[in-house]
Every structure is written in structure tokens, then in C-alpha cells.
Design a protein around this ligand. Structure first.
Ligand code: PGA
Length: 258
């Protein structure tokens, strides 16, 4: 196994923040300083598109990612940013199918098309899946399964190692979160996602796909989720905008050997 695959993957999703370039530069500089000193963590910072060409990573411990990518390489698609444009900026990771984008009308079919184009551009898609409610009967499991199947539709078994799945239950995301997911719930969902992928491709061993958890992760629960959730890393919204909190999270992850 390559050394790289043993690192935790911590992805900062800045969403539509901050408002000024100056703040983006400050936040990135401070995050990069912490991240570049850590051996056991790969940090990915996903700022709004507008800051992408300003934020330069140095080395491979802290890289820049995007929050979306359109599936056509170029053309008449007002307001969109293509996977090829991102590739040409040396972007390594692209978040796709975030629930906030799905809420704006992005369909699973579009997510699937975006996954294919991001892979074509030699970047790693971070595919977000997650249910809006949990019911007693467990039908949310079927919902997650379908989201994964649709996102991976038409991909070969070989692609399983080139993608990342982020489990983000909608009820645990953002300011309106009703509660955090428990470590046990995260653990069970990680196993379930791995099973869905292995069934999809008829794999006999555990799929190489990295699984992240996202939804109200902060400096207080980073350690327990990484230790008990069976995940390969975290997708972090609000806490990644606070350089002190995020630095604490990165250092905590670094102190846990995989
Ligand atoms: P949160 O957001 O950490 O602010 O809950 C996570 C996400 O939406 O990616």
C-alpha cells in the first residue's frame, strides 16, 4: 500500500465564504501553515471559485479543491465553471452533489455526469450523499444506496479507488442541524457505503474508496469520529472558517495514527 493512502483526508468546504479576498488569503495562509507541518493529514481547502486562482498551495500536504464542476469542457453555459478549467488550474479535488447544490435543483443524473468529467480531468471527485430524515424502517439506507448507484453509474470497477464518498446527513449539516450524527451511526453508514460499492462491482474484498463524514464536525468531535467512525477523513463546513478551530482539528487528526 502506498504511504499516501494512510493519511487522513480533511476537506474544508468554505461554501460562499468569505466575502473578501483579503480574508480568504489570511485564512488560507494560516491553514496552510498548520497543514504543511503535518505528516499524517492531507488537507484540501475548497474556497469559492472566485478565489481559486489566488490561493496557491505549496507542496502536497495542503491542496486546493473546488466546490463543483460543470460536465461540459467549454461552451455556452452562463455562470458555470467547467471541469477542464479546474484541471487547468491544477485543482486536485472537486466536491460534487453537495446537498446545498442538490437543493438548488442538481439532479443525481447531473452528479453522475459531473463525476465522470472530473475523473476525465484526472481530479478526484468527493461525492456527497446523505438523507434528509431517518425513519424507523431504515428506508434512508435505500435512499443512500440509490444516490451512490446513480453517482457511479457507468463507471468501471477500477474507478472505485479514484473517488471519495462523503456521507453528510442533511439533519446534521450547518446552523439548522438538529443534532450531530453519533460515532456509531457514522460507523454503520461507512460499512453500508462500502457494501453498496462492493456489491455494485462484485468485489470480493473491501473497496478502496475513501469515505468521509461531514455535518457539524468541530474541534470537539474530530477525534472520536476519526477513531470510532471507521472513516478516512472529514468534510468540514463552519469550523473550517475559523482558523484556530480548524488548526486544532488538523492537529488532532495528525496525532491519531492510522
Ligand atoms: P458544517 O457543514 O460542518 O457546517 O455542518 C458541512 C458541509 O455542509 O459540508
Amino acid at each position: 500500500m502506498k504511504k499516501e493512502s494512510k493519511k487522513w483526508l480533511l476537506v474544508a468546504n468554505w461554501k460562499m465564504n468569505p466575502v473578501h479576498l483579503k480574508e480568504a488569503n489570511q485564512l488560507f495562509t494560516s491553514t496552510k501553515k498548520t497543514a504543511n507541518a503535518l505528516r499524517n493529514v492531507e488537507t484540501v481547502v475548497c474556497p469559492p471559485f472566485i478565489f481559486l486562482s489566488n490561493l496557491k498551495s505549496t507542496g502536497h500536504r495542503c491542496v486546493v479543491g473546488a466546490q463543483d464542476a460543470f460536465f461540459e469542457p467549454e461552451g455556452s453555459f452562463t455562470g458555470s465553471i467547467s471541469y477542464l478549467q479546474l484541471k487547468n488550474l491544477s485543482i486536485k479535488y472537486v466536491i460534487l452533489g453537495h446537498s446545498e447544490r442538490r437543493a438548488m435543483g442538481e439532479t443525481s443524473e447531473m452528479v453522475g455526469q459531473k463525476v465522470k468529467s472530473v475523473l476525465k480531468g484526472m481530479m478526484t471527485p468527493i461525492i456527497c450523499v446523505g438523507e434528509s430524515v431517518r425513519d424507523e424502517k431504515g428506508s434512508y439506507l435505500e435512499f443512500i444506496k440509490i444516490q451512490i448507484q446513480e453517482a457511479l453509474s457507468g463507471l468501471s470497477k477500477n474507478s472505485a479507488k479514484d473517488i471519495v464518498i462523503a456521507y453528510e446527513p442533511l439533519w446534521a449539516i450547518g446552523k439548522t442541524a438538529t443534532r450531530q450524527a453519533t460515532e456509531k451511526e457514522i460507523f454503520e453508514m461507512t460499512i453500508f457505503i462500502k457494501k453498496v460499492i462492493s456489491d455494485l462491482y462484485g468485489m470480493k474484498s473491501v473497496p478502496p474508496t475513501k469515505i468521509l463524514y461531514g455535518g457539524s464536525v468541530d474541534e470537539k468531535n474530530t477525534e472520536s469520529i476519526l477513531k470510532e467512525g471507521m472513516v478516512d477523513g472529514l468534510l468540514i463546513g463552519r469550523a473550517s472558517l475559523d482558523s484556530k478551530k480548524f488548526a486544532q482539528m488538523l492537529k488532532k487528526a495528525d496525532s491519531i495514527k492510522r
